[in-house]
Design a protein around this ligand. Sequence first.
Ligand code: HEC
Length: 130
Amino acid sequence: MRVILSVLGCVAVAGCAAPMPPGAELYDALCAGCHGQNGDGDGAVAAELPVAPADLTRLAARNDGVFPKDHAMAWIHGYPDRYNIRVMPEFGPLLDGPMVRVQAEDGTEVLTSKALVQIVAYLEAIQQTE
Ligand code: HEC
């Protein structure tokens, strides 16, 4: 009974929905079409692409259990492939806007776009370990 009451209370008070974090909104708008709503690579246009979009829920699993933060940031920004052709677009220009300081994996501080940091934090949050 207590469980039922608390569920009803939750619906009545807040709809149970936590506010969507900004990284998730950006992800939905910019990335989900290819990488899928859940990040597993199953987006609406995935089948039409010459290269399958990566499963973004397994970035850590594919990197010995460590989320590859710097790699993800650089990849999304477009930096590693500036002189190459790739299927995924560069998002560096789109993500320009307010800048924040972040610590890279080697400990150095870098200035980068707040939106990029938010998207990468979202990706880190959706990692699957199993
Ligand atoms: C047009 C489709 C498309 C869109 C839009 C897209 N991606 Fe991708 N993404 C890909 C494809 C395809 C790959 C696989 C590598 C390649 O591009 O050849 C990839 C690879 C990646 C990788 C590298 C994965 C790895 O294993 O190293 C990351 C990280 C990533 N995408 C994140 C994002 C994020 C975050 C967004 C939104 C800001 C996004 N992608 C938008 C198609 C897309």
